[in-house]
Design a protein around this ligand. Structure first.
Ligand code: 0L1
Ligand code: MG
Length: 255
């Protein structure tokens, strides 16, 4: 029988110490429900150490990533206060196993939201929107995992940087996004690549938190998912995201 508690300890310790581990699917693949149970237990360990739950991230939100993983639905992970990195600051790669960055749209919730909701109901619960850079980091060696592995590993949730908040009625349906490294554009995309409209990702988040017996609360941050492929960062890199209508988000990478 699979030991959910033991696996949650292993993924939590890998995240805490930024140490790569073998994927569990090499020996016994985790089902989706088992993987979310592992994620919940590993998050309980973080909360017990004093980290605060501050929201959620959505993953596999682009068609390309779904096809790559052979899945039909998005995945969800939890955000804590310790994952937030300072805009304009320096992140330390020592805090990550092998960090990658991707351009995102973030929502700041002003009302509770959970269950099956429409896009209009979802937007009515949003207090502000922002450009954001997610710093994903799989704890699995060589970034290799199956669906159960990645869900168990908090859906690669590891760090994020937020830009300035803008009014919730800002049109975010099709915003140009350019993610650059050291002054060179590495990924160019549109917010429309996030499930066709980033608010669809918030609708999915509401459905999925309800399945986890949670809800989106006022003050929660929701990262809607990557608009392009992610790329690796290394010490010395300067990362800049420019989002049409939402300004810039930047940080530097240190040892
Ligand atoms: O945020 C994401 O879409 C990443 C989800 C997990 C897959 C990965 O780490 O690439
Ligand atoms: Mg992401």
């Amino acid at each position: 029988m699979i030991d959910i508690v033991k696996i949650s300890e292993i993924v939590d310790e890998a995240a805490r110490t930024a140490t790569g581990i073998p994927q569990f699917s090499d020996t016994r693949a985790l089902g989706v429900d088992e993987a979310y149970a592992v994620q919940s237990l590993s998050m309980q360990r973080r909360y017990a150490r004093g980290e605060k739950r501050i929201g959620f991230k959505m993953g596999l939100t682009s068609r390309a990533k779904m096809v790559q993983m052979g899945v039909e639905d998005v995945i969800i992970g939890r955000l804590t206060d310790e994952m937030r990195e300072e805009e304009g600051g320096i992140i330390s790669v020592a805090d990550y196993v092998h960090p990658r960055v991707e351009p995102e749209i973030a929502f700041l919730m002003k009302k509770p939201l959970s269950g099956v909701v429409s896009m209009l109901e979802a937007m009515d619960a949003v207090g502000a929107v922002a450009g954001a850079i997610e710093i994903i980091d799989s704890r699995y060696n060589a970034f290799k995992f199956d669906l159960g592995d990645v869900i168990a590993d908090n859906s690669s949730s590891s760090g994020f940087v937020l830009g300035n908040w803008f009014a919730p009625d800002t049109d975010i349906s099709n915003l140009g996004m350019v993610l650059s490294k050291n002054g060179r554009a590495m990924e160019i995309g549109s917010s429309a690549a996030i499930l066709g409209h980033p608010v669809r990702s918030l609708v999915s988040a509401a459905r999925m938190v309800a399945q986890l017996n949670e809800e989106l609360k006022p003050g929660d941050i929701v990262l809607a998912g990557g608009a392009t492929a992610a790329f690796a960062v290394a010490p010395g890199d300067s990362i800049l995201l420019e989002v049409q209508s939402l300004g810039q988000v930047a940080f530097n990478v240190g040892a």
